[in-house]
Write a protein that binds this ligand. Structure first.
Ligand code: MN
Ligand code: MN
Length: 460
């Protein structure tokens, strides 16, 4: 069996300092961005501070782009593409880092608020693949926007500050759970039972639905919004609380939404740290991966292609043919989290072809399920080039599949970009308890992923 080395064993004190700095900044990014919208806002802040300009503004001003320029483009405030123009003609292709910034969660329904037996509830519809029983009896926060008919947007974040209230979904007490505990795990808590308790205090002097009336009064006072405004709201229920260091040796991070913000953040840092690239660098951070990359802000939309067309136009190089060449000649690391080997559930993994904590950035030749179905299967020639780049830059890496062959599987955005005929490979960071409210990663893997992205942007 080919052994991959453990990254921790090689670090110098300087590297440990860099690793700790990166992971601290990463935790702050996770705290600031618990939804795709918050992530995009946060990324724009970081990029603007580093001299990135809004492509739309550049087009409006009729400004032209040249090598060295740094621009970003967004789609509906939920997806963002970053470009750092290289010295080589763009037609020769770009080096693209891709990841997604949406994470599994509970969305409020459009008509969410109701009262039952003295409780006001918010009804939810879960987003992405979750084990529903993991979401009860933990503190929850609500993040999102309410857009009123007049177009004004109310930003909502409740449950993150020390003095904020938090929310909760109840579970049946164990004393009365004889029947519940006989059920299959997928049925123990059902989707329609993911109801958030939102209040219990009745409004004085009101007979009917007095608790709900009190909530509506508070919503009006706090945010100036009416019940009907829920119709045009995107309110996401996520685990409350900050990303934390984990383990007595503080070698890991426990946080919500690391799938796939761990890859998104390390990709951004690579974009920020790189010097003037030869090959144009691109970082594409998309929404809707967890529900199949659908919609205008998902990878399957034309946003990316249109943005590259706009970019070529701003470089005075747009033709249909240069667009196609630029895309086909590009190379991509399509980054998403990998399932880390979990000794407690060892039988789900095939030990030779599994990602391990501390063994660095992960490359997956393919993903998919039932015989690689739905996966992008990266070319051996491309993988050989990446091996060279990673070794030349001292990046610790490993290769993996997602668990045992017939146990299940999953897809990523890789196959969508490969439709342009470009080289694409799945890569990323190993995660324990993927899609759980709190997911775990290794600091060493985060550090190695950032190093790997930087090496890719420079040398691919
Ligand atoms: Mn996922
Ligand atoms: Mn993912």
């Amino acid at each position: 069996m080919m052994e991959r080395k453990n990254a921790w064993k090689e670090y110098s004190p300087t590297e440990i300092t860099q690793l700790e700095k990166l992971c601290k900044d990463y935790r702050e990014f996770l705290d600031a961005g618990k939804t795709e919208r918050e992530c995009v806002e946060e990324i724009i802040k970081l990029m603007k501070a580093a001299g990135y300009e809004d492509l739309e503004q550049i087009k409006k001003n009729g400004k032209k782009l040249k090598s060295g320029d740094k621009v970003y483009a967004t789609c509906m405030k939920k997806t963002i593409a970053l470009f750092h123009i290289g010295t080589k003609p763009i037609q020769e292709g770009m080096n693209i880092l891709g990841a997604h910034i949406d994470s599994p969660r509970l969305d409020l329904k459009q008509n969410p608020l109701y009262e039952e037996q003295g409780f006001a509830y918010l009804d939810t519809h879960y987003y992405g693949g979750i084990k529903k029983y993991q979401w009860v009896t933990i503190p929850l926060a609500i993040h999102g926007v309410v857009v009123k008919k007049d177009g004004t947007t109310i930003h909502v974040v409740i449950g993150e500050k020390e003095e904020d209230p938090v929310f909760c979904i109840t579970d049946l007490l164990v004393h009365l759970s004889q029947e519940q505990l006989e059920k299959k795990a997928r049925k123990v808590i059902e989707g329609e039972d993911l109801n958030i308790i939102f209040g219990s205090q009745p409004l004085k002097g009101i007979e009917k639905e007095a608790v709900k009336e009190n909530i509506l009064k508070l919503l009006k006072e706090t945010y100036d919004f009416e019940e009907e405004d829920f119709i045009s709201a995107e309110l996401e229920v996520v685990p409350a609380g900050k990303a934390r260091e984990s383990g007595f040796d503080r070698s890991m991070i426990l946080a919500y939404g690391q799938d796939d913000r761990v890859c998104a953040y390390t990709s951004i840092v690579a974009m920020l740290e790189q010097e003037q690239p030869t090959t144009t660098s691109c970082c594409l951070l998309v929404d809707k991966e967890e529900i199949g990359s659908v919609g205008a802000t998902g990878m399957r939309s034309n946003f990316f292609e249109n943005t590259v067309a706009e970019l070529l136009d701003a470089l005075d190089e747009y033709t249909e043919l240069t667009l196609r060449r630029t895309l086909a000649n590009s190379k991509m690391l399509s980054s998403d989290v990998s399932a880390a080997y979990d000794p407690t559930y060892g039988s789900a993994f095939e030990k030779k072809n599994t990602a391990y904590f501390g063994k660095g950035m992960v490359f997956n030749k393919f993903t998919g399920s039932r015989g690689k179905s739905g996966s992008n299967d990266a070319n051996a020639e491309y993988i050989a080039q990446l091996r060279r780049i990673m070794d030349d830059n001292n990046v610790c890496y490993q290769t993996a599949e997602l668990g045992k062959v017939d146990l299940g599987g999953g897809g990523t955005i890789a196959y969508i970009l490969s439709l342009y005929g470009m080289e694409v490979i799945d890569s990323g960071v190993a995660v324990l308890s993927m899609h759980a409210p709190w997911e775990m990663t290794s600091k060493a893997d985060i550090y190695e992923a950032k190093k790997g992205y930087l090496a890719f942007l420079k040398d691919a």
